[in-house]
Design a protein around this ligand. Sequence first.
Ligand code: ATR
Length: 311
Amino acid sequence: MNDIDPNLFSCFAIDGHTRLLGVIGHPVAHSLSPAMHNLALDALKLNYRYLPFPVAPEHLHELVVGLKAVGCAGFNITIPHKETIIRCIGGVGAEARWIGAVNTVTLGQDGRFWGYNTDAAGFMAALDEVYQPTKARPNVILMGAGGAAKAVVAGLLLAGEWGRITVVNRTAERAHRLLDDLMRPELLDEVGFYKNDVQLPEVEAISLKEAADLPLERCDLLVNTTSVGLNGEGSLGIDLDRLPEEAFIYDIVYSPLETPLLKEARIRGLAGANGLGMLIHQGALAFRIWTGEEMPVDMVRNHLRRLVGGI
Ligand code: ATR
């Protein structure tokens, strides 16, 4: 045992002071968050370990009580618990209340678990890295109206620089509900839109069938938040040939690294990015909430690219 460098094997560094972090989901085995956070914790020599907690909905409350009892420092929450977790914790931040979903929980100074949403800001941080609008108040078409779509639209609204946001979904009713929920004046007020004079874009919700009539020539940014393209299959049903050549495509799917949508975009000479950046930045914001430290995002990105790409 003497010839093994303990710094290379972080489990040897677990001691009586090690703090617990983790991710709760059902299922959770596919999550890249343990790899991401443990690498960052190792790199910064922080005495925490991050574990996956696969938990069915009927046991969520029990788990949260148990995590509190063992002094867990915080955790992420993923499908299907992002909404129901709100009922199991002490309180939620204004943005998480607005979005109606929590992805990050931290143990507060008051001994209570507090919930936040880092998906919205994580998406914007990732978009900022890869996309610079070429004109004022660009137009966005966003595909999908699920939980991920809501956080992405919230991020776009907070950035306050868009002309129009069009939410397109197979089920139009869901797209209407998403916008109705996010545009409620009392919630916008609570998040600070009116105080900070954030300029709201025009918003509209339409069905995928109606999307054939959209003026795609005026689309500057196309964001896919649907699960279409996951595992390399499926097509969004949007005619990319009608997009202007400077349009940018952001696909929140990251497996495969070149999704079918990004492949179609590349063939047409359109620039785009996959969702690995969003995954990393939502994680980096959670990491900062728990540890007060900055995640080494470039190191994490290289590691996750290798994991997802199988290289
Ligand atoms: P998440 O929380 O990850 O966003 P979700 O709430 O299940 O997941 O939402 C998945 C999104 O992908 C929805 O917008 C869904 O459309 P519907 O609301 O009509 O179900 C969309 N989606 C999934 N499969 C699709 C497909 N084959 N074609 C078009 N949209 C699809």
